[in-house]
Design a protein around this ligand. Structure first.
Ligand SMILES: *[C@@H]1O[C@H](CO)[C@@H](O)[C@H](O)[C@H]1NC(C)=O
Length: 238
């Protein structure tokens, strides 16, 4: 009975991860073949290190230090992306709050945009937002209402950040398991703050997911990432 219970617990623990295209807790180190550095165009002063002093689970996480500025950008990530719906779950810890300046902490090369352009997730106006590099559209619109429909990213603690890019162009985003209305675009759910985003009938087609830091107004930051999952279904904040 004990054994069965243990097996059941194990099966339940593994179930969400069976959806995973790739998942990583960095407990066996940083495999740079699986999680290479990404810093297109230039790479000056940013650093990624395996950190055993803070972790969401176990003892290791990846630490990203950026001195700020575009060339101070640095990311790590994967090109193992599911072909249809893409779900990403990462535990993130930020040392400094998002400011009014535009930054990205997740960047995704996107075949639906011009060559070399990215779908980016980051901050501006002190809140979480998406940015489409090709036309600089933001989700949400950075109006007072749009800003209020998003949320800040807490600092100094591990946060469960999740998003879903639907094969139909829909976008869903969660922080701590709670949907962020301003960062939601999908059929049947009105988002009055998605005007800029929906000015084109855009369907993202990402070819990679990279975690790190890039700033366009000079913001420096240190971010940690742990328990990263890229999958075809939602795994949640397990
Ligand atoms: C590192 O990742 C590559 C690509 O996924 C894999 O083939 C290799 O076995 C990994 N190395 C280790 C030591 O886990």
């Amino acid at each position: 009975m004990l054994r069965q219970t243990a097996l059941l617990a194990l099966a339940l623990a593994l179930l969400p991860l069976s959806l995973a295209q790739i998942s990583e807790d960095f407990e066996t180190g940083w495999n740079q073949t699986a999680w290479p550095i990404y810093a297109p165009d230039c790479n000056q002063g940013g650093a990624i290190t395996l950190d055993s002093t803070t972790a969401h689970s176990g003892k290791n996480s990846l630490r990203v230090d950026s001195p700020g500025g575009y060339c101070g950008h640095i990311f790590f990530g994967t090109t193992r992306i599911p072909s249809g719906d893409v779900y990403v779950r990462a535990y993130v810890k930020a040392s400094k709050a998002l400011t009014d300046s535009h930054v990205s902490f997740i960047t995704m090369p996107d075949a639906a945009q011009a060559a070399g352009k990215h779908l980016r997730i980051g901050g501006q106006s002190q809140i979480l937002m998406y940015n489409r590099e090709s036309d600089d559209a933001t989700l949400p619109d950075l109006s007072p209402q749009g800003i209020a429909a998003s949320t800040a990213l807490p600092t100094g603690s591990w946060q469960c950040f999740e998003y879903h890019l639907g094969a139909d162009g829909s976008i869903e985003t969660w922080l701590g398991g709670t949907a962020i209305p301003g960062l939601t675009v999908k059929a049947g759910v009105a988002n009055a703050d998605a005007e800029q985003w929906q000015r084109s009938s855009y369907v993202p087609k990402i070819t990679g997911v990279y975690f790190g830091w890039e700033s366009y107004g000079g913001d420096a930051n240190t971010f940690w990432y742990d328990d990263v999952v890229v999958s075809a279904g939602r795994v949640g904040c397990v």
